[in-house]
Design a protein. Structure first.
Length: 298
């Protein structure tokens, strides 16, 4: 529980922590000063889109691709681009300096806007809101210690809506089971439907069999991950065969490697899925390790 003191020094578990600087509709301010109406449609309908952008040493990683996906999410949801979005790069750089952490990741959230009377429809003059937070980006633990045990995964039926290609803030389908007290804690959930694997609840998935890499194809069933795209480019560069195809659930038990990708996780290996423990690869190169080594050196 965070308690605020008069001097903006919140106390978390007895330690004084720095408050985060955030951006809200034109202003950079301390997180506790940020105010937005509860009539904002992101609150009443989950009616918004977002982007997660990593920044290393105040250098945005794959910024143009994240920006393009954000514009694509806006277009698909018919949400207007806020006028300050053109300054996004400058705003993120300023937030990076203010928040001090060496590496950070930004949540860039756009809501359709504030509407006085709750209605499914919105009037054409509703003004979109732009809200940005920054968090410390922890170093991917597998960069220093590639032999660390991999992630633990739970398999689940994909109960989300049928437009998972849109990066919407309405994420209850992704987070629901993480709040079920009867379920054990895992690192990630793999979502499947009709016997096919779609993606992780917050990552894309890659499989390796006989030195060939497989990942589900782009469709409305998965998010077009920026890291997924980047990793596919790396694989092509290394002339490692990559196939984007539907992956049956059983394939899990017949692979040499499974890994996930995301902007904050980069590339991380999997070692257990439900009760199944992945065998450790004894011969040949481990592809995810090769890619992670190259990740920041291209
Ligand atoms: N799928 C889902 C459902 C996600 O939430 C994420 C992370 N935002 C990803 C895939 C990976 O996307 P990216 O590489 O762009 O972070």
């Amino acid at each position: 529980m965070v308690k605020y003191k008069a001097s903006y020094s919140p106390v978390l578990d007895g330690r004084i922590i720095d408050l985060m600087w955030v951006y809200l509709n034109g202003d950079i301010l301390k997180s506790e000063e940020a105010r937005i109406s509860p009539l904002d449609r992101s609150f009443t309908f989950g009616d918004g889109v977002y982007e997660v952008i990593p920044s290393y040493d105040n250098n945005l990683f794959l910024f143009e691709k994240h920006l393009a996906r954000l514009y694509s999410s806006l277009e698909k949801t018919f949400i207007k681009a806020p006028s300050d979005l053109i300054d996004l790069k400058k705003i993120l750089s300023e937030l990076h300096i203010k928040n001090k952490h060496k590496n950070q990741f930004f949540y860039v959230q756009i809501s359709r806007g504030i509407q006085e009377f709750r209605s499914h429809e919105s009037s054409s003059d509703v003004t979109p809101s732009l809200f940005i937070t920054s968090q410390k980006l922890k170093k991917n633990p597998y960069r220093n210690n590639p032999n660390k045990a991999g992630l633990k995964i739970r398999l689940e039926e994909d109960v989300r809506w049928q437009r998972c290609d849109i990066k919407t803030t309405a994420l209850i389908g992704n987070i629901l089971s993480m709040h079920d007290p009867s379920l054990a804690k895992v690192d990630e959930i793999f979502l499947h439907k009709n016997g096919m694997i779609n993606e992780g609840s917050r990552s894309n998935i890659f499989f390796v069999k006989d030195n060939k890499v497989f990942t589900p194809p782009l469709s409305q069933k998965i998010l077009p991950g920026i890291t997924r795209d980047f990793v596919i480019d790396l694989l092509r560069r290394y002339k490692i065969e990559i196939s984007e195809e539907e992956i049956p659930l059983d394939f899990i038990y017949d692979t040499d490697e499974i890994w996930v990708t995301s902007s904050t996780k980069e590339i991380q290996p999997v070692s257990q899925i439900d009760d199944y423990v992945m065998p450790v690869k004894k011969t040949g190169k481990v592809i995810w390790k090769q890619l992670l080594e190259a990740y920041h050196h291209i």
